[in-house]
Design a protein around this ligand. Structure first.
Ligand code: HEC
Length: 244
């Protein structure tokens, strides 16, 4: 019995060792396999380009994104504004104006607040805090309204801004309608509806045209070549040496 136990222990120890070796091999395998990510260093640069492209992107389709927004996340994101803004009804102006009802409201919606000249100038150009305008402003305040006294770097993440705007809308702006979703920007509807008609029909037309030209051009080219051979100098030149 004691011999059996001994062998059990030895066998167990051997198994354990084998297991450890396997684990180490796996781990080193992972380390070796972590080489490919080094190649992906190329892709590390990609986010910069994406960020650049994102600025040129269309604004969100509010009719689609607002009903789907995460209000709790939006309220949490408002923590970044709270140092300067109260969002509640009747709340005081702080460093920045109270924001209750600002979505869809007039620019400079708090008459008692000392806005910057830059904001007053902006108001003359874009009088309403539309979804697009608020979105552009909080993306990069100083870029959207150069000279604004809202010293805030901005929120880069589009979904965070969407959530925040959706939540801010619940603070006194629910009367400001959410537009209908833009049918052309529905990922499900637009692509299949647009793609076959846009991609399919021209493809057929082009295909037909290509087939036609492929069919006609050899036929047309051959007589031309035949006719051109006596008349055109290049053809005559190429035909000349054998003749001479
Ligand atoms: C550092 C303080 C500060 C922070 C942080 C800040 N703001 Fe402001 N905000 C201001 C000031 C100051 C103004 C007035 C700007 C002006 O007059 O140029 C302003 C103006 C605004 C306005 C225009 C209000 C109106 O009546 O026209 C909106 C909208 C706004 N902020 C939204 C936000 C949101 C949303 C956040 C958080 C993502 C935020 N702000 C963060 C200080 C701040």
């Amino acid at each position: 019995m004691s011999g059996d136990l001994k062998w059990n222990k030895i066998f167990g120890a051997a198994l354990g060792t084998a297991f450890v070796i396997l684990v180490v091999q796996q781990a080193s395998g992972l380390i070796y396999h972590s080489e490919p990510p080094e190649k992906m260093g190329y892709f590390v640069d990609a986010p910069d380009e994406t960020a650049g492209a994102e600025q040129a992107e269309l604004p969100p389709d509010w009719g689609t994104v607002l009903p789907a927004a995460d209000l709790a996340a939006g309220e949490a994101a408002f923590a970044r504004c709270q140092a300067c803004h109260d969002g509640h009804q009747g709340g005081a102006d702080k460093i920045g104006p109270n924001l209750y009802g600002v979505i869809g409201g007039p620019v400079e919606h708090r008459p008692g607040f000392a806005y910057s000249d830059a904001m007053t100038k902006h108001k003359a150009e874009v009088p309403t805090w539309t979804y697009d305008a608020v979105n552009a402003f909080i993306t990069a305040p100083a870029r959207y309204i150069p000279g604004t006294k809202m010293s805030f770097a901005g929120i880069r993440d589009t979904q965070t801004r969407i959530n925040l705007i959706a939540w801010l809308r619940t603070q006194g702006s629910t009367g400001y309608a959410i537009p209908a979703p833009d049918p052309s920007r529905q990922p499900g509807a637009a692509a299949p509806a647009g793609a076959p008609s846009e991609g399919g029909e021209p493809a057929v037309t082009e295909g037909a045209a290509a087939t036609e030209s492929a069919g006609t051009s050899p036929a047309a080219a051959a007589p031309d070549a035949v006719q051109a051979t006596p008349a055109a100098p290049p053809a005559a030149t190429s035909a000349a040496p054998p003749n001479h």
